[in-house]
Each structure stands twice: as C-alpha cells, then as structure tokens.
Design a protein around this ligand. Sequence first.
Ligand SMILES: [Zn+2]
Length: 376
Amino acid sequence: MGIPVPEFKVLLYGPSLHPSGIRARARFEGDSLAVTAHKGFFLVPPHLINLRTGGFDGRQWLITWAAQEGTYSAMLQSEEALEAFIQLAPEEIGRQFRQTHKSQLLTGRRVIIGLIVLALLVLLILGLFQVNADRLSLWAVSHINQEQEEKLGDLIYAQMRPSLKVLETGVTPAAVRAIGKRLTAESNYHYQFHVVVDPRINAYALPGGHIVVYTGLINAASSAGEAAGVLAHEISHVEKRHALRNMVHALGLRAILGVALGNYSGGVWGNLAEHLGSLNYSRELESEADMEGLETLHRAGIAANGMETFFAKMTQWENATTHLLSRHPAGDERLAALRAAIARQPIEAGPPLQIDWEQIKSDLCDSAQNQPDCSV
Ligand SMILES: [Zn+2]
C-alpha cells in the first residue's frame, strides 16, 4: 500500500490522437506536468506549459504545450479536476491560472455590460417610437402615394368582403352609386360604393375610396339629400386621408416598416380588416370631415339641408353605431358648427337628385335578401 498519487483526470488532444480526445491522468512532478495515457507518457517542463480557456462554450480549462510533432492540449474535464489542478499546481502555473481566470471574468463582465447597453438601446428606440408615433405615422402617410393607398384599400376590402352581405345589383346600389358619382366628379380617387345588408345605422370609408353604406342607414334616411350628406362626410374622410392616417396609426411600426420597404402586400400589412373596428376618428377629424363634406355638397350643387336634418336626427338616436355623430358628447357642438357654416355659405342648389327615396326603401324591403326593420 502506498500513498495515492495526487492527480487529476484530463482529456488529451494532439497529433495522431483520436480527434475527440483520449482519457488521461495528469499530475505534477516537481514543476513539470506529467500526463499518462494508455498510448504514452508526456513530461512537460514548466516553461512549455500554457493555460487557456476553450471548449465549445469557452469555459473549459486547457493546458497546452508544444512538442516537435505538434501542439497537445489536456482539457480539465470536471470541477473536481479543476480543483485538484489548482491545489497541485506549482506557484508559477498557479499565477498564470489566476491571471487567465481574471481576464476571463472581465470578458464575461464585458459581455454582460454589452447586453445591458443593447437592452437599454432597444428600450430607448421603442420609447422614441412611442413619443414620436404621431410624427412617424405622418411621415409614413406622406410617403404613401395615391396608387399605393388605393391598393391598401382594395386589400382591406378584399379581406372584409367574405363577411359582408353586399347588394351588388338593384335600384338601391344604383342610387347610392349615382349620388356618389355626382359627389366625386372632381376627385382623383376611384371611388367604389358598396351597399351592405345590415340593420345598423352605419357608413364608413376605407383608404383609397371604398365607401360602405349599411341598409340600416338607407332606411333611416328620409331623402336622397340626407343620404348625400352622409356620403359627402365619408368621402371627405377619404379626400383628407383620415382613413389612411388612422389605419397607419393603428398599425404602428408595421405600417412604417411597410412604407420603408415599399411593400404594400398583405404579407407586411397583415390582416388590416381586423383593425377597422378600432378606427374611430378624433373630434378634430370629424369636424374637418363635416366642413369638407359641406364643400363637397357645394361643389356638386346639392343642398346641405339634408346633411343637417340627418345629423340632427342622429344626435337623437341611441342605436346609431356610426362615428357620424351619435354617442359623441360633442354631437350638439358639431351640429351647431354645421348649422353656422351652412348659414355662412348657402349652397346654390343644382339639378335636384332625381331619386325617389321612398321607392328605394320599399324596394329594399321587398328584396328577399334584406332583413332590416322596414317600419322606418
Ligand atoms: Zn366621420
């Protein structure tokens, strides 16, 4: 029985050894390193011994030395091996170990500091985006030309279309198109007016010129002039690019990315239709659409009293779902502003709208497709 020789396990790599390393045992004989493997024995003098860290995660300790046939490395495989090595190493090797260890810690710390700085930068960019969201949205909108805007509108309408019951033919869609055509005669946009079977009192505009009108609104209007007032308001949301602005704002970074990439396909813009529900306009934009709507009626030579009477009715209705006026605390104020504007600039009415609105409504009621309340 002898005293067990203090040694530690290593994995040995080197010329003509198996590439995944061979098991070996190492110990110190004086200041020299002695490595024993079944394929041979190495005695490495202290001046040839080098320490470095390596391995796939950079945290393995390697003892390396140069020999005539090439460089050898002995990897300390486990925590126990590392501890034994530290205990047994002669002073000079121990000093080398501490130095390498210190620089490794520093590198690790630098990596952590780098990551923290990166995270702060990302937060800063996101923060800047939040603060500048309005300006970025305006930038994006100003870089979307009319053709691209119409393409986006077509994309949204195509996404919405399967869930809508659209009246394609008949006197009602024809009447709505006729009024719309007269209102948009001077516009650069290519408008499309869609009548959707839905009893709610609603109408809305998509970017680029799609206007959707519910049958509920058609039934709630008393005359072609009232319907024209609503259409003029919606057309103004298109002309003033309110619909586009709201959509870009709701989409945020994604819209800005789409504009920056010049990509107007569904891939980048995603399912736009699902964002429409949240597209409520600010009070300023609604007021602007009111005033611009009056101008639109004026240019088309259509009397503004239809717009006024319909909006006055809407302030009284609870069930109106449109953004037009209802449920807005500012409804009365907007109506007052509308009346004042009409008083300032009376419209020289052109040829009257040759549409019998009662006929349109009874036609809607007769239509087998149509479900709205026909008593209105
Ligand atoms: Zn509006």
